[in-house]
Design a protein. Structure first.
Length: 731
C-alpha cells in the first residue's frame, strides 16, 4: 500500500550539500520486532519502565518491552477509527507526568455527523494493569476533514508542557481551500493547547494569534501542507518538522511561534501559486529541501541526543518514505548540509526515541528497527563485459558493468561509477536499476544511493554505436568510488572495443514528403578507400513501412519500402524518389549492411518540384544525449510559418515530446506535451495560437534520442522553399 498523504509525484531534483561519511561510522538497521500491522509511530511514556509503544494505523497501540512485542494491545479503538490511505490512528503523546496521572493523548480520524473528521482525545492507563488502557475517552478537539488525505496527525508535548498538534491542509491537491494561509481554520497548522487547564483544554495566553480578530487562538504556526512527523530537540527545545510536498519539493522546517511556512504560496524553496514572482515577504523558508530525484515523501525525524557511542550527536535524522533513504542534517555556519546515513530499503513511516534517546525506525511493512553503528565495510568489486559487435554502421552494442558485493555486510554508502568513453563513440543510453547518470563528456558519471546486499550485484548497461572516427583499438574504462573505500585492484575495469567491418553510421532524414508535385533527390557519396554497401528504407509515421505507390529513378517500386545501395571508393550515386498524385509524409533511413570501417558515407537530401522550381531541404543531426533539449527561433508569417519534423534515432517505443514557446523577452507563452511513437511533421502555430508577425523561441525536449529538422516555410505565387536552421542542444 502506498500512502497518498505523502503527496508524491514524479519530478525534479534538489540542490543538496553533501558531507563525506566519517571513517568507521557506517550505520545499519538492527531489527527490534516484527509482525506489526501498518505501524506509523513508536514512542515511550517517560515513566522509567523502558517500554516502547507502537501505533498500528487501524487503531491499536502495542507494547514492546525487553525487545519483545506483547501480544495484547495496550489500547484498541479500531471500532472508532476510520482507517485506510492516510486515515487512521496517527498520533500518540504521553503526558509529561504520565507516571503519576496515567494520561495520554491520541490523534485519529473517524466518521462524524458531518463526515470525516480529526479527533484529539485523552485516555488513561488502567490503575490495576499498567499494560492496559481504560477504553473510555475524553474528546478535547475535533474538526472536519474536507478530503481523505493530508490529515497530519502527530502529537507531542513541548518543553513548556503544552500539547502540540500537527494538521494537514485538508487534502485534495494544491490546497483548493487555501487552508494553509487561512487563520480561520485549524487545517495546515501546528496547534498549541494546554491540557492541564479548564475542560476540554485552554489556549495558552502567549499563543501568537490569541488577540488577532478572526484568527483561531490554538494556532502556533501556519502555512503547512501535510506535516508528517515533528519533534523537539531534547537539548535546545527547537521544533523540527517534515512537510510533505506537492509536485516538486520535500522540506524540513524549524517551527517558531507565529511562523508562516509558505504553503500554498510556496512549495519548499520555490513559488507554487503563482509559479513565478510570488510574494515571499514574511515567509519562513525550509532549512532543507530536496527534489524528486532523491525522494517523494519526507518523514520527519529527531535530533539525535542519545548515547554518544551510537550515532553522531546533534544531527537531525529524517527519511523519505518512498525511496527509504535515511539522511542526517548538520548545521554549519554556511547552512544545513545533508549526508546519506543509510539506504534502508524500507518504507520509513516514522522515527521514535526511547527514554535514553536511542533512535528507532518504523517500517510501514510491519517492523521496528534500531539504528546502530557498524565498523567493517562491504567488499565491493567492479567488472565489465562487451556484448555484441562494435561495427561502424552496424547494430548498437552494449557494455555491461556489474558492481558486486562479495562481503558479509550491506553496502550502504552512495556509489559513483565514472566511465570514460573513447572519442567518436555515440552513447545511446545508460540504464540500470537505481542508477542516475550524467554525461560530462568524455566521462559518464553514474551515481547510486540504493544498498547492495551481500552476495548481490548492481548492473549498469551502456548502449552505443561507434562513429566513423572511432579507433580500431578503442576501449571503455570505468572506476568505482565509495565513501567507505573500495579495493583499488577491484575498483577499475577496462573493456576493449575491437572495431569490425560494418559500413557507415545510420542516417535518418526526418522529413520525407513524397508524391504530388514533389520529387525527392538523394545524393550518396563514398569518400573512403573501401566500398560501401547498404540499404535505404522508407517509413510512414509510427514506424510503419511505406505502403503507397512510389518510383525510384522512374522505376515502379510499389510493394516494397527499400532499395539497395552500392558505392565504390570515391564513387557516388543519385536516387530520385517520386510518388503518386497525393503528397504524403514520412521519413527515410539509410543503414549499412556490409563494408569496412574505412568507408566514409556522405549524403545530401533535397526536394525539387516537377515545375522545375527549387525546393530545398536538409536533415539535422541526432541529439548528443538520449534526453536532449533543442532551442530554435520561430516566426509566424502572413503566408508562412516555421515548422519542424522529427523521427526516432532507433526503433524505440512511445516516449514524450514536450514543446515550450517563449516570446522575444523570454516569457513562457505556452507548453504542450504529447506521446510520440514514430514520425511527425508540423508547424509551431498548429500547437500554439499566435498572431501573424510573432517571433519567438521554441524549446523541444525529447525523452529519447531523435533526428530533428527545423524548417522555415515561405509561400509565393508559384513555389515555396524550406531552409534548414541548425538545431542547438545546450544540455
Amino acid at each position: 500500500m502506498i500512502y497518498r498523504w505523502f503527496g508524491w509525484v514524479l519530478a525534479l531534483s534538489g540542490a543538496i550539500g553533501f558531507l563525506q561519511a566519517g571513517a568507521g561510522e557506517e550505520v545499519r538497521l538492527e531489527q527490534l520486532v516484527s509482525g506489526l500491522s501498518q505501524p506509523v509511530l513508536v514512542t515511550h511514556a517517560g515513566d522509567g519502565t523502558g517500554r516502547l509503544f507502537v501505533l498500528e494505523q487501524q487503531g491499536r497501540i502495542r507494547i514492546v518491552e525487553d525487545d519483545v512485542l506483547r501480544p495484547q494491545a495496550f489500547l484498541d479503538i479500531t471500532a472508532k477509527v476510520r482507517s485506510g490511505g492516510e486515515r487512521g490512528l496517527l498520533g500518540l503523546a504521553f503526558h509529561p507526568a504520565f507516571a503519576q496521572n496515567r494520561r495520554f493523548f491520541v490523534n485519529y480520524t473517524r466518521i462524524g455527523e458531518d463526515g470525516l473528521e480529526t479527533v484529539v482525545a485523552e485516555f488513561k492507563s488502567s490503575p490495576a494493569d499498567p499494560d492496559r488502557a481504560d477504553p473510555s475517552e475524553r474528546i478535547l478537539l475535533s474538526f472536519e476533514q474536507p478530503f481523505s488525505n493530508h490529515n497530519g496527525g502527530d502529537l507531542a508535548f513541548g518543553p513548556d508542557g503544552f500539547l502540540y498538534v500537527a494538521t494537514g491542509d485538508g487534502g485534495s491537491g494544491g490546497d483548493p481551500n487555501n487552508a494553509g494561509q487561512s487563520l480561520d481554520t485549524l487545517l495546515g497548522k501546528i496547534l498549541r493547547i494546554d491540557v492541564d487547564g479548564a475542560m476540554p483544554y485552554e489556549v495558552p495566553g502567549d499563543n501568537p494569534f490569541v488577540s488577532s480578530p478572526g484568527a483561531l487562538p490554538e494556532i502556533w504556526a501556519y502555512g503547512l501542507r501535510n506535516p508528517w512527523r515533528f519533534s523537539f530537540d531534547r537539548e535546545t527545545g527547537r521544533l523540527f518538522a517534515g512537510d510533505v510536498g506537492q509536485n516538486t519539493w520535500e522540506e524540513i522546517d524549524i517551527i517558531v511561534r507565529g511562523g508562516n511556512y509558505g504553503w500554498r504560496v510556496m512549495e519548499g524553496p520555490a513559488c507554487f501559486i503563482p509559479q513565478v514572482g510570488c510574494e515571499m515577504g514574511g515567509l519562513i523558508l525550509p532549512i532543507h529541501s530536496y527534489g524528486r530525484t532523491f525522494g517523494r515523501s519526507v518523514t520527519g525525524g529527531y535530533v539525535y541526543r542519545g548515547p554518544s557511542s551510537q550515532l553522531r550527536q546533534g544531527r537531525y535524522i529524517f527519511a523519505d518514505f518512498v525511496f527509504g533513504t535515511i539522511w542526517e542534517l548538520l548545521e554549519t555556519p554556511s547552512g544545513w548540509q545533508r549526508e546519506t546515513l543509510i539506504n534502508s530499503g524500507r518504507a520509513v513511516s516514522s522515527f521514535g526515541e526511547d527514554e535514553e534517546g536511542n533512535l528507532y525506525v518504523v517500517d510501514y511493512s510491519g517492523s521496528i528497527q534500531r539504528l546502530v553503528l557498524q565498523d567493517p565495510a562491504p567488499d565491493l568489486g567492479l567488472s565489465g563485459e562487451l556484448v555484441g559487435d562494435v561495427a561502424i554502421g552496424g547494430h548498437p552494442f552494449s557494455v555491461d558493468f556489474q558492481v558486486s558485493n562479495d562481503g558479509d555486510l550491506v553496502s550502504q554508502d552512495p556509489l559513483s561509477l565514472v566511465v570514460t568513453l573513447p572519442q567518436g563513440l555515440l552513447l545511446l543510453k545508460a540504464q540500470g536499476s537505481d542508477w542516475e547518470c550524467v554525461d560530462q563528456d568524455p566521462d559518464l558519471n553514474c551515481n547510486r544511493e540504493s544498498p547492495i546486499q551481500p552476495g548481490s550485484s548492481a548492473a549498469l548497461q551502456l548502449k552505443a554505436i561507434p562513429g566513423p572516427d572511432v579507433g580500431a583499438e578503442a576501449q571503455v574504462t570505468a572506476r568505482l568510488e565509495s565513501a567507505s573505500g573500495v579495493d583499488p585492484q577491484r575498483a577499475e575495469t577496462v573493456v576493449e572495443l575491437p572495431v569490425v567491418a560494418g559500413g557507415a553510421v545510420p542516417r535518418t532524414f526526418a522529413q520525407l514528403a513524397l508524391g504530388g508535385e514533389f520529387e525527392c533527390v538523394l545524393l550518396v557519396g563514398n569518400a573512403g578507400s573501401t566500398a560501401w554497401q547498404g540499404a535505404a528504407t522508407l517509413w510512414q509515421g509510427n514506424q510503419q513501412p511505406w505502403e503507397n505507390d512510389w518510383l525510384l529513378n522512374g522505376e515502379d517500386r510499389s510493394g516494397t519500402n527499400q532499395f539497395e545501395i552500392l558505392i565504390e571508393p570515391q564513387g557516388s550515386r543519385k536516387f530520385v524518389l517520386s510518388g503518386d498524385e497525393v503528397a504524403r509524409e514520412g521519413y527515410l533511413k539509410i543503414e549499412g549492411t556490409q563494408g569496412a570501417e574505412t568507408a566514409q558515407l556522405s549524403t545530401s537530401f533535397f526536394y525539387q518540384l516537377k515545375s522545375e522550381a527549387a525546393l530545398l531541404d536538409s536533415t539535422g543531426t541526432p541529439a548528443p544525449k538520449p534526453e536532449a533539449v533543442y532551442k530554435f527561433p520561430v516566426e509566424k508569417l502572413v503566408r508562412g510559418d516555421t515548422g519542424f519534423a522529427y523521427a526516432p534515432f532507433l526503433d524505440t517505443g512511445p516516449f514524450e515530446i514536450t514543446l515550450t514557446l517563449y516570446d522575444t523577452e523570454g516569457n513562457q507563452m505556452g507548453q504542450s506535451t504529447r506521446n510520440f511513437e514514430g514520425h511527425s511533421a508540423e508547424f509551431f502555430s498548429e500547437t500554439f495560437d499566435v498572431s501573424d508577425g510573432f517571433v519567438g523561441m521554441l524549446e523541444l525536449r525529447s525523452a529519447s534520442r531523435i533526428f530533428l529538422t527545423i524548417l522555415r516555410l515561405e509561400l509565393s505565387g508559384e513555389a515555396f522553399q524550406l531552409t534548414a536552421v541548425p538545431a542547438e542542444s545546450p544540455d
